[in-house]
Design a protein around this ligand. Sequence first.
Ligand code: APR
Ligand code: PHB
Length: 359
Amino acid sequence: MRTQVGIVGAGPAGLFLSLLLQREGIESVVVEMHSRKYVEERIRAGVLEQGTVDLMHKLGVGERLKLQGLEHGGIELRFGGRGHRIDFRELTNGKCVTIYAQHEVIKDLIAARLAAGRPIIFAAEDVSVHNLEGASPEIHFRANGISEKLECDFIAGCDGFHGICRPSIPAAALRIFDRDYPFGWLGILAQAPPSSHELIYAYHERGFALLSMRSPEISRLYLQCAPDENIANWADERIWKELHKRLETTDGWNLKEGPVIQKGVTGMRSFVTEPMQFGKLFLAGDAAHIVPPTGAKGLNLAVADVVQRFSWWMTSLLHRFASDNPFDERRQLAELDYVTSSRAAAQTLAENYVGLPME
Ligand code: APR
Ligand code: PHB
């Protein structure tokens, strides 16, 4: 087999790339280790920047997004028992973000690619990349038990943080810049109408909490936890109790509960490789960089590389660190006060959150 660009991974990075190349008349083959069902159902991120939404429309894959996406013109920062709205539309000349689950984006991109008769090889086994510095690099894999060699002009490593492309680059050719955070997020998906029509980012002495959503019927909620938190210690009842405490306001705001349909712990990390290219292999998305989820950037970053600093800043602003002393706590609260009372500071948050220009 031969193609112009061999793409490893059918996540947002690999699939957006395949459609962008197709638009330019460039052939590609996508090689994905999981089944179509698995990648279309895996629960991941859910906040799309304006630029990501615009790109989906430009690529002709925005039809369901238009019908089902929830436009959000702001977020709430909650601390000291009170909410403070950051008005994106007002602060960024009318821009907003759109809530639309990553696996729905994946469904739309896969459908468009297959409708155009372009190949995606699902459930590929033993995927490896070779001859990266030669004229014709290769992707090797097994599909339906048969060993295949795909010769390419270029390879795009879009296989996520745990993929095989980045580790195929000699260690001496890469520099890694990273930061580990001393906490993780315990996330749940609940069959409950969202208790707020916009996202709530709460700073609390017991730790950070986030109220998000996937649809008018499904809430997505997170709690700051230990990085190695054992989910078995968190019965649904304990999770709700903790969410109530961290999201509580002095004016009696009410958190709506419902059956928990999924739960898990996610680690937090900032990570960038430099360079993101070796010979004819180019890394994109999580394979090249990871951001902590606080700024809601991971998916958008797979579309356009921007926002390490912002995601680090928003994480540091809203979480409790074990090393925190009363000085740090007052400093965080002073910063939250500043962000919610100064137009200039609120505008900085708003324009980063809705997305800086891609070009
Ligand atoms: N061979 C083939 N495919 C692979 C391999 C491999 N060895 N290893 C991983 N993959 C596939 C995964 O199954 C997945 O479908 O590569 C894809 C990578 O997709 P993502 O992890 O979604 O990464 P990316 O496309 O960079 O998107 C980043 O995903 O989870 C979010 O927060 C993250 O929103 C961000 C976005
Ligand atoms: C989510 O809905 O999963 C979500 C929302 C905002 C974030 C992170 C995750 O910052």
